[in-house]
Design a protein around this ligand. Structure first.
Ligand SMILES: *Cc1c(COP(=O)(O)O)cnc(C)c1O
Length: 425
């Protein structure tokens, strides 16, 4: 783009030129991403056609929400697309943590054990499980928890996973994305291998995958390779930036039936739950999701290449394959994290004039800094960056509804680091 426009946005000539040099080398990778997006676009379109999505589906319901055709059809679309027997896709699911809490508490009973064979789960799940004490945790209800850490090289510790599976083990939770950790995210193929192994040791174990940030990054999902449930948030990938709220659980009918009973009430299940005015955006967002995810992935790869060239440690690195949309950049200090976030914020279409500062957040045990100028509050499929202010001072960057806005965000983050005297070009 003509540098005059970038200048108007507050980007210096040096930052613009450095960015162009980085981008020049990324063309072949961007082509690969476009191919995956094209495949996934076809997959979503086919699922919509097969389930006869029509204008009537967008009407929505009120009150109890009986016979809500739009809601039922949307759930069928998700089930078709993700290759599962059933799906629960609801605006009543408030976020990803809620969806995961439903899936876990619906399928674990007192005396059962939950196993994470991939190390520590996402921060907010610590209270759900009871790793950190909390009222209403699984622990409080008599569900025990066991964890097997990854090996040094980030691979599965099969030997100890086998030892950890016992007569109480009922459900295995596998987190696809690294979340706020420095471990690698897992490919769907790796997750499939882990599920196969677990089922060989104990066939009746339920395998659940926390699919947050992973949807549409690859051409298959964990449910294509044996996961009994996949779980995620509609204000991340599958909402395509348009869903104003919601979460999903897709999987085996008997698991989903229990989830529906837990979400509403035993006996009511999927029959109730008014969709209000959300249906059109949930459908349209799902339709847009493959393209939006492709833009986010390009942003993540651009950030990795740019910051790696400047000498920062980035996870994944500049050339690694991608299994989620998150880019971690190890900046090494809280001040740099804040400067980075100020840049992301300044590039946003909404709230660009505010300045992010670290603060305490529910679910986290330290201050967190966040940049988000989003149409949907807290939406992290939109341009956003966040990170807990603790060693090793890593910022997690994700989203951007369009590739061009993601690109601007990253350029602006660099601009702020340059202006702060943290980086010399
Ligand atoms: C975001 C996320 C969650 C929690 O989702 P919220 O919508 O923030 O509650 C859980 N697991 C992973 C891997 C996530 O990325």
């Amino acid at each position: 783009m003509n540098n005059q426009m970038y200048e108007k946005l507050g980007i210096s000539k040096q930052v613009a030129e450095f960015s162009s040099e980085i981008l020049e080398k990324l063309k072949p990778r961007f082509e690969e991403i476009d191919k995956i997006a094209e495949y996934n676009q076809a997959k979503v379109t086919l699922a919509m056609q097969k389930n006869r999505v029509s204008a009537e589906c967008f009407a929505g319901s009120t009150g109890y929400g009986y016979n809500d055709m739009g809601r039922e059809t949307l759930e069928a679309v998700y089930a078709t697309c993700f290759n599962t027997e059933a799906a629960l896709v609801r605006p009543q699911i408030t976020c990803g943590t809620h969806a995961l809490a439903i899936a876990l508490s619906a399928n674990l009973l007192p005396g059962d054990e939950l196993l994470s064979p991939v190390g520590r789960p996402y921060d907010t799940l610590e209270e759900v499980i009871g790793i950190r004490e909390s009222a209403c945790s699984l622990k409080e209800y008599g569900v025990s928890y066991r964890q097997v850490d990854l090996l040094e090289d980030g691979t599965f510790d099969y030997e100890n996973i086998k030892k950890a599976i016992n007569e109480k083990t009922k459900l295995v939770t596998i987190q696809r994305s690294k979340g706020y950790q420095s471990r690698p995210s897992f490919s769907v193929k790796q997750i499939g291998e882990l599920i196969k192994f677990v089922k060989e040791v104990k066939p009746e174990v339920i395998c659940m995958v926390d699919n947050c940030y992973g949807e549409f990054v690859e051409i298959i999902e964990p449910s294509d390779l044996g996961a009994d449930m996949i779980v995620g948030s509609l204000i991340k990938n599958p909402g395509g930036g348009l869903a104003p709220i919601g979460g999903y659980i897709c999987g085996k009918q008997k698991c989903i039936d229990r989830c529906a009973y837990r979400l509403s009430a035993p006996g009511l299940g999927q029959e109730v739950g008014a969709s209000l005015d959300t249906m059109r955006s949930l459908y349209q967002g799902f339709f847009m999701a493959p393209t939006v995810v492709a833009g986010a992935l390009k942003g993540a790869i651009f950030a990795a290449n740019l910051y790696e060239a400047l000498g920062f440690k980035v996870v994944p690195n500049s050339t690694e394959s991608r299994h989620d949309i998150i880019q971690a950049v190890e900046l090494g200090s809280g001040e740099k994290m804040v400067a980075f976030c100020k840049g992301i914020q300044a590039a946003a279409p909404v709230d660009s004039y505010v300045s992010p500062e670290p603060y305490a957040m529910p679910g986290y045990n330290c201050d967190v800094v966040m940049a988000a100028g989003a149409f949907i509050q807290g939406s992290s499929i939109e341009l956003s960056a966040d990170g807990p202010i603790r060693e090793p001072y890593t910022i997690f960057f994700q989203g951007g509804l369009t590739w061009y806005n993601a690109k601007l965000g990253i350029m602006m983050s660099l601009q702020k680091l340059v202006e702060g005297g943290f980086v010399n070009l």
